[in-house]
Design a protein around this ligand. Structure first.
Ligand code: MEV
Length: 425
């Protein structure tokens, strides 16, 4: 029997679930229970979530945690993080505390330019196209006036429109490369609406518009963050060696793409968690960050580190196209709460906070990797997950946590210890 359906989106939530259960789960009633146990008891809240996407049948929880003690540009923050990976919030909290006693993090937005493009094909004379563009440029801007009015009032709008000749990359291919300032909104809808209006105005016989869309590559929407201290203030045991190995770890990530990808993944652990908690688009942030890491032609680290005149410095430079108004930021109650917790920051301030979260996460990873190894901390966090899976009581849990304090944690070892504890051999 084919498991296809027409008009699925028109079914009620319960009908959708019934269809799934009968077609994919052999009518197992437990499946329905699992899905429904995540429905929110508050129907208004559930309706809100239902409407975020199409075909919602349940909610998928991700833990929402707080990493306190971040000192950034002299201001204290407790940073909200939405993430399932067990060690991320713990690592951020530890590192925040560590640097708060060493001057804290310094962060600075370098630029906030966003990009959109109208891609089109033109087969005739290039000079003719350039003349047409020059004549048309003012009208292109005028065509967006109704869309840009509000943004202009907030200090943003279209910065420029350029005609770019891409025919050396692809025959007949040109683009209108448009730059934007979107102030406190991420601006995706604004940018795309402007681009479509521009494309419509620009189109004429001989110009074949292929598509109009923002670019998630935003190397000029850039933020910088750093920490620094005297080498001897770094680490209780052998600070010199620690600093040296730390810098070497960054150099390795800069020299070797396999390592760079994992290194940057660790940075994105911190970044995505705050991006999600504040209702921003983590796919856009991921795409832009990794493209930026490849800007030299080789995939490299997004962070750097140095030791100069006895001072250890560690910094990040990363493009972050974020918003603190509009989109999910004002719709999702937890995003709103996250932004409030951060003092309702401007998009620029949020860029600084999130860059710091990435830098802190990378510091935690490299500190662990170059000293104890990553597994000690990871497995410690994982231990509670394993204990939970085993269905241990609170008392048994405490026993197992103490038991594994100085022992190597593996899934098998925990299962064996648990069996022994409950006398099941
Ligand atoms: C794990 O999620 C992230 C790390 O692998 C990052 C790194 O290796 O730098 C620990």
């Amino acid at each position: 029997m084919p498991k296809t359906v027409n008009g699925f989106s028109k079914l009620t939530k319960l009908e959708k679930i019934d269809w799934l259960v009968s077609n994919f789960f052999d009518n197992d009633i437990k499946v329905k229970q699992v899905l429904m146990q995540y429905w929110n008891a508050n129907p208004i809240l559930q309706d809100l979530h239902d409407d975020f996407i199409e075909n919602t049948i349940s909610n998928f929880y991700v833990p929402f945690g707080i990493a306190p003690n971040f000192l950034i540009n002299g201001k204290d923050y407790a940073i909200p993080m939405a993430i399932e990976e067990s060690s991320v919030v713990a690592a951020a909290s530890l590192v925040a505390k560590f640097w708060s006693t060493r001057g804290g993090f310094k962060a600075k937005v370098i630029s906030t330019k966003k990009v959109g493009q109208v891609h089109f094909m033109f087969q005739n004379n290039k000079g003719e196209l350039q003349t047409y563009f020059n004549q048309k440029k003012e009208e292109l801007l005028k065509a967006t006036e109704t869309i840009t009015q509000n943004m202009k009032n907030r200090g943003g709008g279209i910065l420029d429109i350029e005609l770019r000749d891409k025919t050396s990359e692809l025959a007949n291919y040109y683009q209108l490369h448009v730059t934007f300032e979107t102030v406190d909104s991420m601006g995706a809808n604004f940018i795309n609406s402007c681009l479509e209006a521009i494309a419509h105005e620009f189109e004429k016989e001989g110009i074949q518009i292929v598509m109009s869309i923002l670019s998630n590559y935003v190397p000029e929407c850039l933020v910088y963050a750093e920490v620094s201290c005297k080498v001897e203030e770094l680490y209780a045991e052998n600070a010199e060696l620690f600093a040296q190995k730390f810098v070497q770890a960054v150099q390795i990530a800069n020299a070797e793409p396999h390592r760079a990808v994992t290194h940057n993944k660790g940075i994105m652990n911190g970044i995505d968690a705050v991006v999600i908690a504040t209702g921003n688009d983590f796919r856009a942030i991921e795409a832009g960050a990794h493209a930026y890491a490849s800007k030299s032609g080789t995939y490299k680290s997004l962070t750097n580190a140095s030791i100069e005149n006895g001072v250890f410095k560690f910094w990040i430079e990363i493009p972050l196209a974020l918003g603190t108004i509009g989109g999910l930021t004002s719709l999702h109650p937890l995003s709103k709460l996250s932004l409030k917790l951060l003092g309702n920051p401007s998009a620029k301030e949020l860029m600084e906070i999130i860059a710091v979260a990435g830098l802190a996460q990378n510091f935690a990873a490299l500190r662990a990797l170059t000293t104890t190894g990553i597994q000690k901390g990871h497995m410690k966090m994982h231990l509670t997950n394993i204990i939970k899976q085993l269905g241990a009581s609170e008392e048994e849990k405490q026993f197992l946590i103490n038991y594994f304090e100085n022992k190597t944690i593996t899934h098998n070892a925990v299962v064996e210890a648990y069996k022994k504890l409950i006398g099941d051999n």
